[in-house]
Design a protein around this ligand. Sequence first.
Ligand code: SF4
Ligand code: SF4
Length: 228
Amino acid sequence: MPVYTPRLDIPALYSRFDAPITQEDCGAFCSRFNPSGKPFCCDICHAVPVAYRQEWEYLQLYTDLWHEWCGDECASEPVDPREMRADTPGHLLLLACKGPQACQRQYRASSCRQFPFFPYVTADYRFIGLAYYWDFEPMCWVISHLEKVTSEYRQQFIAVYDDIFNIWPDEFESYAAMSEEMRDFFNRQRRRFPLLHRNGGFYTVSPGRGTLRHLSMEKTRQFGPYRT
Ligand code: SF4
Ligand code: SF4
């Protein structure tokens, strides 16, 4: 049965999801810890961006910043692209850009705008806020400084994904699955995980019971080289 994919207005999505994640240039803080000198999320050896297929149709028309990811872009760690492609849902495409020196802010993919967060969906199917890609705890400066995330960015994130989920149930399902994966990971680690709630507050989530506890900013955890 064909999967229903609604038509998104990509230029509108980009213009509504454009606020800087922090007031600071967070890439300047993390890139100093990456031997390549690039921000981790802009280094293809650490993160492969994805875009909706209809985003790719749009981007190809307006910029030569991107190409389809081949698997050989990371010279130190070429990978067999078949496995990653097999793990990528059909409505998404793996991309590679020309790198941070050539970045064109207006043509960043949705995955660039979203990073390091994804929409967190509870076990009872509510989109309640922003959680982070946990693999990046030791790399991403923002994850160690959640208090720096601007409220404008948070509001744009919530509004954009509210609209996407309203018309695209399968996309909601894929983030529900990712949220479940996150709960499993933190359950194994016996750790609560932070959540930037849609109400503007900060909480930690119990991965087992799903209960929220208010998070004081003095108690946010820092990772890797960002530990003070
Ligand atoms: S979002 Fe994280 S990984 Fe990306 S540039 Fe900012 S601090 Fe670095
Ligand atoms: S388009 Fe810009 S923000 Fe996105 S991965 Fe490339 S350099 Fe980073």
